[in-house]
Design a protein. Structure first.
Length: 438
């Protein structure tokens, strides 16, 4: 827990400094070169159940790239708790990797630093063209009207995973389609001695992803149309309260989950301790932890009423991972070749199959391997009921400030302190005050 908090504090400090740079139009990097054409350093995000799993997935592919090009890739898998802080440090120091994975929600913030290579038409042509990628993935690659700061690598969406046996034992015949149904099902599940819904209450990004969806379902946004924070909008306040109330009032999220930040809720679900998990493309993670494929079902994340769709029927953010190149790279040509390799049709099938994510490359996404029932839910969500988080320069600060506010509200709920409309508004007001001036 202490390391998570330290990373968050560091991210806030660095993000504020970066915002000032971005508003001033400066750049934290000079220019790269091809001075080291035979090596690349690559920071990969932790996609699997552990760093060891990621290395097992990625190393054979990096060896394949080396055999094809003669370029050796030095791999480091960076935990999510450290990744943003590491990247922000690298953008200010200029001492980063050649190639790195970024959460797609950070694209506009990192774009504003000037530290990443922009993917203009010429650069996209080097990797086969921009039209190879699906529109939903391209929508989370940077600010609108600017060349993307990164290229889509893995696409994901949130889904509801449910334990079939726990549901059967509780006499529940189908997964909940609305939040009211989930709460009602929760009472029947608890009567059988199981916990209901997992959450990562101390994981800032997870908090943001969920309250963003709740805000959409309340017809609200965290930013105005011109990009200004609007965290205390009454509908936003109601949305955040509804999410935290799943622990504070409805009692379907266990109070212990307020401390979770390292995928512990996924492990609880995989071990049969809880009935429901809201997660991004979780099948491979669950399987690696010993849960059989036929032990769980997958369904769309609930909405307030009706069925998932656009507007107030949104039930997922557009989740995913992008791959980017640092301007300060000492092997710009090799880095471009590596991005081309990682986003090639063949590699997209291999990597997204390994992580049970959805390829953002059209040709790979259409492959029969991605037409399973579980993938059908994810693909449908991405195509019809997912929305991109705000692509604004202050997005990473937003994740840290509001994510921390939600974390603190979960801590209040776990400690038995009242979570009221006023207390939610006060914490969101404090978060808004932490946002940088444009």
């Amino acid at each position: 827990m202490r390391s998570i908090r330290a990373a968050a504090v560091g991210a806030v400090t660095l993000s504020l400094a970066l915002a000032a740079t971005a508003c001033g139009g400066g750049s934290s990097s000079g220019g790269g070169s091809d001075a080291s054409p035979k090596t690349l350093t690559y920071w990969a995000s932790n996609q699997g159940a552990s760093i060891a799993v990621d290395k097992k997935v990625l190393q054979p592919e990096l060896d394949k790239f080396e055999k094809q090009t003669g370029i050796k890739v030095k791999l480091e898998v960076v935990p999510w708790s450290d990744l943003l802080n590491r990247i922000l440090t690298a953008t200010t120091s200029g001492q980063g990797p050649d190639v790195l994975n970024i959460g797609n929600t950070w694209s506009a913030s990192l774009q504003a630093t000037g530290a990443l290579v922009p993917w203009d038409a010429k650069n996209f042509e080097k990797i086969g063209g921009k039209d190879r990628f699906v529109d939903s993935a391209l929508g989370s690659t940077g600010a609108e009207g600017k060349d993307p700061a990164a290229v889509p690598l893995y696409s994901m969406a949130y889904a509801l995973y449910y334990n079939k046996q726990i549901f059967a034992d509780a006499g529940i015949s189908k997964p909940p389609a609305t939040w009211d149904e989930l709460i009602a099902d929760g009472k029947r599940i608890q009567a059988k001695g199981k916990t209901v819904l997992g959450a990562e209450g101390s994981n800032l990004s997870e908090n943001i992803h969920h309250v963003f969806v709740f805000a959409k379902q309340h017809g609200a946004d965290f930013f105005t149309a011109d990009g200004k924070p609007d965290f205390t909008n009454p509908k936003v306040v109601d949305a955040v309260k509804q999410y935290v109330d799943l622990m504070a009032k409805d009692k379907v999220i266990p109070t212990g989950d307020a401390e979770y930040a390292q995928n512990q809720s996924v492990s609880d679900f995989a071990k049969g301790k809880q009935a429901i998990l809201l997660w991004q493309s979780a099948a491979a993670n669950l399987k690696s932890q010993g849960m059989a494929d036929d032990a769980f079902g997958i369904a769309p994340v609930p909405v307030q009423s009706g069925t998932p769709g656009t507007g107030a029927q949104v039930n997922s953010m557009v989740a995913g991972i992008n791959i980017a190149v640092f301007k300060n790279s000492h092997n710009l040509d090799g880095a471009t070749k590596f991005v081309k390799f990682m986003t090639s049709d063949g590699e997209q099938k291999i990597l997204n199959s390994a992580y049970t994510s959805i390829p953002p490359v059209k040709a790979a996404q259409e492959d029969a391997a991605f037409n399973t029932p579980s993938n059908a839910v994810l693909k449908s969500t991405l195509a019809t009921s997912a929305a991109a988080l705000p692509q604004v320069p202050a997005e990473s600060q937003f994740e840290t400030a509001v994510g921390t506010a939600v974390k603190d509200l979960f801590a209040d709920a776990a400690a038995g302190r009242a979570v009221t409309t006023d207390s939610v508004k006060a914490k969101l007001e404090k978060a808004q005050q932490q946002m940088p001036a444009a």
